[in-house]
Design a protein around this ligand. Sequence first.
Ligand SMILES: NC(=O)c1ccc[n+]([C@@H]2O[C@H](COP(=O)([O-])OP(=O)(O)OC[C@H]3O[C@@H](n4cnc5c(N)ncnc54)[C@H](OP(=O)(O)O)[C@@H]3O)[C@@H](O)[C@H]2O)c1
Length: 292
Amino acid sequence: MNILVTGANGQLGNEMRIVSRESTDNWIFTDVIGTEGQQTVILDITDIEAVRRIVSENNVDAIVNCAAYTNVDAAESNFELAERLNADAPENLAKAMQETGGLLVHISTDYVFGKEPYNTPCTEDREGTPTGVYGLTKLNGERKIIESGAKYVIIRTAWLYSEFGRNFCKTMMNLTATKSELNVVFDQCGTPTYALDLAKAIAVILRNPVEGIYHYSNEGVCSWFDFTKMIAQYAGNTSCDIRPCHSSEFPSPVTRPSYSVLDKTKIKRTFGLTIPYWTDSLQICIKNLTGK
Ligand SMILES: NC(=O)c1ccc[n+]([C@@H]2O[C@H](COP(=O)([O-])OP(=O)(O)OC[C@H]3O[C@@H](n4cnc5c(N)ncnc54)[C@H](OP(=O)(O)O)[C@@H]3O)[C@@H](O)[C@H]2O)c1
């Protein structure tokens, strides 16, 4: 199979590179810019003709779309760019796959929910009610893919972290190593997702795809405070006093839900996946980062 990965320099894209090493398929890693020491084909997914060209030249059977506009707060003042990357560009990829009969695996987010609060794990059939531009544009992307008539698998994930790029885990490793005290919100709960686990799940799905929308995160539930406590513990950062605080102490342009846990029953049942518990995966990621 010829598999094209977009956004290959991001968190998930880099984990897809790692997973591809175990595969006999032909992988084409693309991003809007190149990176030193990595094989990256330049592809701007907002350019539909460039997408069509690379798909045709490489006989692409499936696209894994890891590219996105992911800055949730900045999206509030950048609707046009966020819409172009999160909605119009996935539509380009979907059109290219619809024209050739290929499959689009697209990554979405728990931010498509939020306005209608819930307090039990959220299933795929719940109506999207985003509270901000990022969630709205990601929801628009999902809709455009479905309307395109292409074969698709949409995976909504949450609280993504990895060894690569900027993310909560790496930020908190740094802050708990350098600060004597830190306030972290305890009134927002969700589930972290180690991008390597998601990448492995995508590799399984590519083998035997079943169209639809799915939810994926690691197992379990925690607050950002709990997440930080475990990050500090696994990183060996014992001298920082980590304290629970309310989200009202950290005003943000986007309202974040107090409970944002994804129900993963469908993805586990459909693809026979066993999903790691969040602390087990966190420990592996931090071990990879620290070498300890
Ligand atoms: N991060 C999270 O917490 C989170 C949570 C839930 C869902 N998700 C979703 O998971 C997916 C992967 O997220 P991630 O954190 O791995 O993203 P990321 O690290 O921000 O990577 C996104 C990549 O896309 C690239 N890109 C930007 N514009 C592009 C364009 N026009 N054409 C091609 N590539 C372009 C970026 O390049 P530049 O950096 O050079 O712009 C970057 O390398 C996204 O769909 C995201 O919405 C993320």
